[in-house]
Write a protein that binds this ligand. Sequence first.
Ligand code: C5P
Length: 333
Amino acid sequence: MATRVRSFAKINLGLAVGPVRVDGFHGLTTMYQTVGLHDFVTVTAREATETRIVLTADHGGVPRSETGDAEKNTAFVMVNGALERMGIRAEVSLHIEKRLPVQGGLGAGSANAVAALVGLERELGRALPGAERLKLGSEVGSDVPLFLVGGTVLGLGRGEEVYPLPDLPVTHCVVAVPKVGVSTKLAFEALDKRQALTFAQGNDRLRELSRVLAAVWSMDGAESGLSGVNRRTVDLAENPLLALVRTGIENDFEEVAFSQHPSLRSTKRELVGSDPGAAIFACLSGSGSALFGLYASQTDARAAQQRVLEAGTQAILTETLPRPAYWDTMFAE
Ligand code: C5P
């Protein structure tokens, strides 16, 4: 029996990058949000005398057994690490059906790693304790642990320190997928050169976004932590997302990405559009190159998708995925 798992993408609602730390990584503050777009990861596993992991994919850009570099694939590393922690040897096959862009800033590779782990656990009928999973995830990549939480997630540290936030309401989303890919490592290096922040300035940037997030989620202490104050005075479209946008959330990577790839700035403009029907918020995701827009209605989202498509860039319609839906719809069949 094989287990087919949906490997959902994430977007970043605000991303502040701080100074380089002693371990060479950058401190950051971000709010991750999972969305409905996904790859599929199919796992088969059975205990054996030796561990053997075979990784196949339907996309040329994915490190896999056929190309001799499967060990570089985060899904492979995650499964190998999980087996070691469980003290189990197994024959495992992993098949990745790529629907999400590689190097897109949507966390696709990291999500694949979590989907592979979830599939492995189901196949073997064994599960790592939650804290172990998070530790393993953070060793595999900074963006991996968020996918062990899902929904709306606060990311601190190098992005691997994750805290579940009250879910934002389901929101229409358009993800634009430009043809260029962006290396996360190079994006951080380019940002360093550009910002040349002192350690103190870098830390101020992190605190700034932390204050914005805290301010929005503490507007009242009502059930689920959502903004009851706003809800009483305005309609339901007034949600924490609007409050966040008004208070000010940005992605520090935009200046680097837009100067290296000017066409991304135009794509953002197409996502934003103009009133009536303008995006609630549009932004680069992670270090790019994908951008996203969030909309009050499906009509607005469809119109934005059309604008981006007409300008020659792939654009996909989706919705934000709250935590319960993330876990409830993870198994494909
Ligand atoms: O953790 P992950 O493997 O995704 O990181 C890829 C690269 O991005 C790292 O090797 C590092 O150069 C850079 N990075 C960083 N600061 C972070 C996350 C990643 O400098 N917070």
